[in-house]
Design a protein around this ligand. Structure first.
Ligand SMILES: [Zn+2]
Length: 93
């Protein structure tokens, strides 16, 4: 079982959280003018994923707790968690 240390609530079972994907992915800007280029950029951002082996940054939400969005750095093989931060307080690349 994975245990995640929510910075607000403390150590909790992963069943209280929902995974929401890759926290390293950059999303294209929202526009009011649809275009094939913008559509392709959104398809890439939403559906194209790497399958990294090692430490990876992921979005999780503490849905059965404080409902805060978190960035969890987790090893994809061992599931060891390196760090957990509130998503809005993380350092952007
Ligand atoms: Zn929490």
């Amino acid at each position: 079982m994975l245990r995640i240390h929510c910075p607000h609530c403390g150590l909790r079972d992963h069943e209280e959280f929902n995974y929401f994907g890759d926290a390293t992915k950059a999303y294209p800007a929202l526009t009011t003018e649809p275009s094939a280029q913008n559509h392709a950029a959104w398809v890439d951002a939403v559906y194209t994923r790497n399958n990294p082996k090692g430490i990876h940054s992921e979005f999780w939400q503490h849905t059965l707790g404080c409902r805060r969005w978190l960035v969890v750095k987790r090893h994809t093989v061992t599931h060891d968690i390196e760090s957990v931060v509130i998503a809005s307080e993380r350092e952007l690349p």
